[in-house]
Each structure stands twice: as C-alpha cells, then as structure tokens.
Design a protein around this ligand. Structure first.
Ligand code: FPP
Length: 277
C-alpha cells in the first residue's frame, strides 16, 4: 500500500479533493486497469466524426493519468488498442489511431515528466508500424527513471494471445531445462505474461456501460473488482477514477474465503446429516 507521505493531494481539483478526502489512504488500490470504451458513440451523439471521439479520448488518458499520479496510484493500465481493433476496424481508423498515439507520446512527454509518470506497454508491439514502435521506445526510455505512476498502454493486445505467447515461452523454457509438465505452477505462467513485472489489477473500470471483458487481462482479473460506468470514455476524468476507487473501498474482497454475515460456521461438520435432495 502507498505511504501517505507520497500523496500530492494539494494538486487535486476541489471536486476531486472532496471525494479523495473520504477515501481510506491505506486502501488505495495498487493497480487500476481501464477498458476505455465509447469514443465513437461520444462523437456520434454530437454528430461528429469518430476521429474527434478518439482525440477527446486521448485527452482523457492524460487527465486521468495525472490524477492517478497525484494520488500515488502505482499502476494504471489502459486498453488503448486491441488485436481485434487492429484486424476489424477500417484501415483509415487504424492508421489514424497509430498517428494519434505518436502525437500523443510526443506532445505529452513533458507532462509525463512533470507528473513523474513512467510509460510501459503490453501487447504484440513488434507488429505495430516501425515509426510507432520507435516513438513508443523513445517515450519509454525518456520516462524510465520516473518513480510515480506506471502508465501501461495495452496496444495490439489480446488476453488470449498473451496466454498463447506465455505458454510458448514457458514450453520453450521447459524444453530447454528438461522440466516435467507436472511441475508447472501458476507462478510459472505468471512469469511469462506481459505483466510479469506488475501486480494483478485490484480494480477494473469499464466505460460506456458494456458488461464485457473484451479479451482484456484474462488471467490477471481472476480476483479483480469490476466497476462499470455508463459514462463514455472521452467524458471520463480523474474525479470519476476517484469515485470508482471509493466504490471499490466499500466492497469486501474475499478471494473465495468467508466474509462478514456469511452465516455461522459449524464446529463439528461430522454431526451434520446430509439429506438427499
Ligand atoms: C473505444 O472507442 C476506444 C478505443 C478504440 C481505444 C481507446 C483509444 C483512445 C482512448 C484514443 C487513443 C489513446 C491514446 C493513448 C493516444 P470505440 O471506438 O470502440 O467507441 P464505440 O464503441 O463508441 O464505437
């Protein structure tokens, strides 16, 4: 959990401070993942072209990241471009999103430095256009020594393909070290995921009201709390991140165990007669 001393709440807006002041500092999640959805609908509602929605969506990315950094959130992972987006969207939209990403990295680098944000990526990055990869590595290098929020963009990412990549890596390791399949553990699979270096998300937020995981972080969300809002991504702000965290803090995480109000435990289970139904 985050030491209270690292918080920079003075920089929050008045509305954000009002929500933040009611949070329990020791229970700020370590990792929040977000499925950013609704750019197209946001544009459609205003009779604008889809690309304007993506542009506003990119602004929301920066604003939400800055709030995350101000409250000392260690990990923020955003679903920015899925494998399915890459395969199923019109080429013109895919190429616009690639250009937007390059421009975003270039024009926001200083703000990331000012906010102590470190950039990372997950996904099949090597399949992205070389000029995009170049800009991504540039931003990653430039921010590598920042110690605040790690902003991970999932790009050309799919949860199932991540598992395929992990199993390939693990199988190769097993073969080279002559390890028996019976010895494979969850930890071994975790070590081969793109996210091996980070904790699993505590909280997954999805905007625009859809109740789906959309192939996002399938292994990692096993015990993650899910928060769905009808708000469309271009309208999502740091305030809404804080509201989602407040909702998260009202929940009881049980990881398959028992919680309060779950009924009395029988001390001597052998005494209980099981009646066939
Ligand atoms: C969903 O909107 C969003 C995406 C395709 C991915 C998110 C992309 C951005 C926020 C913009 C670029 C980000 C960066 C970091 C530069 P949608 O098009 O699926 O919306 P719809 O379901 O309403 O059509």
């Amino acid at each position: 959990m985050i030491p209270v001393g690292t918080l920079r709440i003075g920089e929050l807006t008045a509305e954000e401070r009002a929500v933040y002041s009611k949070l329990i500092p020791e229970r700020i999640p370590e990792h929040v993942a977000i499925i950013m959805d609704g750019n197209g609908r946001w544009a459609g509602h205003q009779s604008l072209k889809r690309f304007v929605g993506h542009q506003q969506g990119a602004k929301a990315v920066q604003l939400v990241t800055e709030t995350a950094s101000r409250i000392g959130l260690p990990w923020l992972t955003l679903y920015a471009f899925s494998l399915e987006n890459n395969l199923r969207r019109p080429r013109a939209e895919v190429s616009f999103l690639m250009r937007l990403l390059r421009t975003y990295l270039e024009s926001n680098l200083q703000r990331m430095m000012d906010n102590n944000v470190r950039m990372r990526y997950i996904g099949r990055i090597h399949e992205l256009p070389p000029e995009v990869q170049e800009k991504m590595h540039w931003a990653e290098e430039a921010t590598a020594r920042n110690t605040g929020t790690t902003l991970t963009l999932a790009l050309n990412y799919g949860g199932r393909s991540e598992l395929v990549d992990a199993f390939r890596g693990l199988a190769a390791e097993m073969q080279s070290r002559n390890i028996s399949p019976a010895r494979i553990s969850e930890e071994d699979i975790h070590r081969h995921l793109y996210t091996a270096h980070m904790p699993d998300p505590d909280l997954l937020i999805r905007t625009s009201g859809e109740m789906r995981l959309s192939n996002y972080l399938l292994w990692q969300v096993a015990y993650t709390e899910i928060f769905v809002t009808d708000r469309l991504w271009p309208d999502f702000r740091g305030l809404h991140l804080l509201e989602a965290i407040a909702d998260f803090q009202r929940r009881e995480r049980r990881y398959g165990g028992l919680g309060e109000g779950c009924g009395e435990v029988e001390e001597d289970p052998e005494r209980i007669k099981i009646v066939a139904s």
